[in-house]
Design a protein around this ligand. Structure first.
Ligand SMILES: NC(=O)c1ccc[n+]([C@@H]2O[C@H](COP(=O)([O-])OP(=O)(O)OC[C@H]3O[C@@H](n4cnc5c(N)ncnc54)[C@H](OP(=O)(O)O)[C@@H]3O)[C@@H](O)[C@H]2O)c1
Length: 332
């Protein structure tokens, strides 16, 4: 059996630390690991798989020693500069940042949805935005069956989506401290503002959801709109998704399709107060779907509620599932 060597860039961050946990759970055939961060954390120790590893500073020479894979979770400036260097040394980069997602030469992959896109890459594979990943898992199943013609996203996104500093804004804000990461206090507020505002009135997060969904589903002209909102929840994004279909559907069959799908857990029983919750999705890799009901205001459409762990399925786990898939597909 072949064993691989993996670099984890941003190993000390929120996504990086979760990636360490997921790597311990997944038992991939990886025999060598090197953990990178910025100068700030270089020299600190990470305990992983029963051993202590010293975190190294990421430099332009970091990839000279040779790696099969590198998972980057260190922001888009770091990815833009260092991913091409890693790829040029023969390493396949799976990048969690937004740096390359819309590059037509870079596959944007959610393994349950479009793993075939992994066959053709130039050394860099992009992990989609967390709010997009959890949405496209059920949407792909529905598109295959009923052909989606329009999507309306309304999101309720956890503070962990803004990294460690986002989490600290909520925790410290509860104690009365002023926000450092968000423009307003996230305590007792929902902020309809994630990432920067664009000239057209949308935010960058909303634009990411629209463009990335089209790319992953392979439907460049799909009608999509989005409102993305930060809410005072530590972890796990929740989303209300309204979908219009080309074809008619039977609501019982539609639910059964989602129940049978890989990577989805349906929790949908109002009589028992059963629906997806952030606290239940926390720590899981599946996408939780519920409140599935016909939208009576259009000819053929539904509303549903979708919750997932944004740090796991929305970032770390999806990236590691991509590495797993590449190994299984013998893609090099
Ligand atoms: N949080 C989410 O839900 C989520 C979801 C999807 C994607 N992402 C993406 O994943 C990335 C990391 O997010 P996060 O939430 O983990 O952020 P975070 O908690 O702020 O962690 C950032 C990590 O990047 C490292 N880093 C920063 N500058 C670096 C540099 N110049 N060279 C090497 N390492 C550097 C930091 O190391 P130090 O300890 O040395 O500072 C730290 O390990 C971002 O690109 C983000 O957009 C996040």
């Amino acid at each position: 059996m072949k064993y691989y060597k993996l670099a984890l860039v941003g190993a000390t961050g929120l996504v990086g630390r979760t990636a360490l946990k997921v790597l311990e759970e997944y038992h991939l055939p990886i025999s060598e690991y090197v953990f990178f961060a910025s100068k700030k954390s270089a020299g600190t120790t990470i305990h992983f798989q029963g051993k202590d590893y010293v975190v190294k500073e990421l430099t332009e020479n970091s990839f000279d020693e040779g790696f099969d894979f590198a998972i980057f979770s260190a922001g888009s400036d770091t990815s833009k500069h260092f991913s091409p260097i890693a790829a040029s040394k023969g390493c396949i980069v799976v990048d969690n940042s937004s740096a390359f997602r819309m590059d037509p030469k870079v596959p944007l992959v959610v393994p349950e949805v479009n793993s075939e896109a992994l066959q053709h890459h130039n050394g860099i594979i992009a992990n989609p935005n967390c709010s997009t990943i959890q949405a496209v898992v059920p949407l792909k199943i529905l598109d295959n069956a009923y052909t989606i013609k329009r999507i309306i996203y309304s999101t309720y996104q956890a503070v962990s989506g803004a990294g460690q500093k986002g989490v600290e804004d909520l925790i410290h804000g509860i104690k009365g401290e002023a926000p450092k990461k968000f423009p307003h206090s996230i305590v007792n507020n929902c902020l309809p503002h994630i990432d920067v505002f664009l000239e057209n009135g949308y935010t960058k997060e909303e634009e990411k959801m629209i463009l990335e969904t089209r790319k992953i589903l392979g439907k460049p002209h799909l009608k999509i709109t989005a409102t993305t909102v930060r809410v005072p929840v530590i972890n796990c994004h929740s989303e209300s998704i309204n979908v219009a279909f080309e074809k008619n559907f039977d609501i019982v069959e539609l639910k059964q399709l989602l129940e049978k799908a890989n990577g989805i857990i349906v929790q949908d029983n109002g009589a028992e107060n059963l629906y997806p919750l952030a606290t239940n999705a926390n720590g899981h890799d599946e996408v939780f779907v519920g409140r599935i009901r016909r939208d009576f205001s259009i000819d053929s459409g539904i509303n549903f509620w979708c919750v997932a762990d944004n740090i796991r399925k929305g970032a770390a786990s999806n990236a590691i599932q991509i590495v797993k898939k590449l190994i299984e597909m013998h893609v090099s």
